[in-house]
Structures are given as C-alpha cells and as structure tokens.
Write a protein that binds this ligand. Structure first.
Ligand SMILES: C[S@@+](CC[C@H](N)C(=O)[O-])C[C@H]1O[C@@H](n2cnc3c(N)ncnc32)[C@H](O)[C@@H]1O
Length: 271
C-alpha cells in the first residue's frame, strides 16, 4: 500500500521545495454546501470527529474547524503536513503524518471520514477497510473531487482545458504515473460498494461559488497535477498551453475578482 503511494508522491513533484506553498495558496477549499451535505447524510449536525484522509496542506481539513468538535488530517508527505500545521490556528484541528490505510488512530468512532481530491492517490481496498474501522455505525465515508477547470469564462475555460489535456497527454507519453490512472475517480463509487463495508452508497453532486482574479486562476492551473518542472524539457506543449492560458486569463479576467463555480462529485458510503 505505502509503496504504491510512496512512489506516486515521489514522482508527483509534490515534495519539491515551494510546492506546498503554491498548493496552499491557490487550491480550492470545499464549500459550505458540501459540509452541509455530509453532516446531513451522517445525521450529525455538529460532528464529534471528522477525519480527513490525504489532508495535503489542510485546505479540506480546517474548513471543518467551526463545524465539528474535533478534526484530524492524515497526510504522509512531511512537507504538506508541515505547511498544514503552519496554516492552521484552530486548536481543535490536528494532523498526523501517516498513510490513509494505516492511520494509527484506532477505533475513534468518527462521524465523517472524508477524502478530498485524494482517493485516486490511494489503493482503495485497504483504505476503505481503515475508513470503515474509524467510523461509528451510521458514520459516512466521502471521497469527493471537484471538476477542473471550474466555470470561469468560456474563453478561459477552453484554454484551461487545453492546458490540462496537454499535461495528461505528456504524462502518458513520458510514462509519468498519475494516481487517477490506476484508480480512476469514476470508479470510486463502485469501489465503495464492492468493499462490502458500507450498508449504503451513492453519488451526490453539488456546487459552490468561489471567486478569483487572473492571479488565482493561473496559480490554480500551476498547482494542478504537480509542478510543470516534472516534465523537464520533454514536453514543451505543457509550457506553451500554460502561456496561452496565462495570456487569455490576464486579458479576460485581469485583476478583478469575479465569481467562479466549482462543481463537486461526492461518493458517500454509510457504515
Ligand atoms: C491533491 S492532494 C489533496 C489535498 C487536500 N485534501 C485538498 O483537498 O487540498 C492529495 C494528497 O493525498 C496525499 N496522499 C497520497 N497518497 C496518500 C495515502 N496513501 N494516504 C494518505 N494521503 C495520501 C498526497 O500526499 C497529497 O497531499
């Protein structure tokens, strides 16, 4: 389990100097609507404990601080954990440096075990066993991801999509392993169902509004899929499509903050 994730993390570029800062600054935190949905399904208006697997820099962890009694983020990359601890002031939020399949948390009777933008990095079966072990009966496991690009502006969205397509094609050509290829997000729900650990599973979709200016949109693009440096000189199209996205975004969006829509797919399993 850890070997798979270890290799993925090493090859992702997520351990490079500064990437955790870039990530923390530009990636998106889940909206209130998503937390409302999870507390509703878990029938826990104020959860006693939320565990966030694959916490990264804590964007998906500390949003729970005001909603839950206690929150624990689980993250094996020491750089991300360090950034998460630095970015978190709330005293009811803790982080442990561990893999999701072996959190070391024991039977904590969590109300919600969440996995934000991270389940495709993990070997699903042992993680689902661990998640079910952390939950109380009726507690909810939720693997959720947002669609990229977010809804910004037709011209920007098209340019953003071109850049992401160039990255995907370059990864494939250069055989740069990405978690999503081994464990596609489209299969999350099937994996949850087939694990046999949850009495009910379904997908829920929702959206939240955020806002961004050109700097934030470009930063988000820069942080998706790891630093562009992992391609070296072998994929000039990645840099070219990024430059085009940057020019388009500066021209269309500029320095004005404008609303963006972020669409989420949540796959829940109820224990
Ligand atoms: C795309 S980030 C998501 C971070 C955060 N949840 C968010 O929403 O911004 C995925 C994170 O999963 C972590 N990760 C990868 N394999 C893992 C594993 N087996 N157990 C726990 N975390 C893992 C990575 O180190 C990375 O920080």
């Amino acid at each position: 389990m850890s070997d798979f994730s270890r290799t993925l993390i090493e090859r992702s570029g997520y351990e490079s100097e500064d990437f955790a800062d870039l990530y923390n600054r530009y990636r998106l935190a889940p909206p209130r609507e998503l937390l409302d949905i999870l507390t509703l399904v878990a029938e826990a208006e104020r959860p006693r404990l939320v565990v966030d697997l694959g916490a990264g820099t804590g964007l998906s962890t500390r949003v729970w601080a005001e909603r839950a009694e206690r929150v624990i983020g689980v993250e094996p990359n020491a750089h991300m954990v360090e950034r998460a601890r630095r970015a978190t002031q709330e005293s009811n939020v803790d982080y442990v440096e561990a893999y999701a399949a072996d959190t070391g948390l024991g039977g904590v009777d969590a109300d919600i075990v969440a996995c934000a933008q991270a389940f495709h990095w993990m070997e699903p079966d042992p993680v689902l066993v661990e998640a079910a072990g952390l939950l109380r009966p009726g507690g909810v496991f939720a693997a959720y991801d947002y669609d990229v690009p977010p809804v910004i502006h037709p011209e920007v969205d098209a340019s953003f999509a071109d850049h992401l397509a160039a990255r995907r094609a370059a990864r494939k050509r250069l055989d740069l392993q990405a978690g999503a290829e081994s464990w596609p997000k489209e299969m999350h729900l099937v994996r949850i169902r087939e694990s046999g650990r949850f009495r009910f599973a379904r997908e829920i979709v929702c959206h939240g509004f955020d806002e961004a200016d050109a700097g934030r949109i470009i930063g988000l693009a820069e942080s998706l899929g790891g630093p562009r440096g992992i391609f070296g000189d072998a994929a000039p199209e990645v840099g070219e499509t990024f430059e085009r996205l940057r020019d388009t975004t500066k021209r269309v969006v500029g320095n004005r903050m404008r609303p963006i829509v972020v669409c989420y797919r949540i796959r829940v399993g109820v224990k």
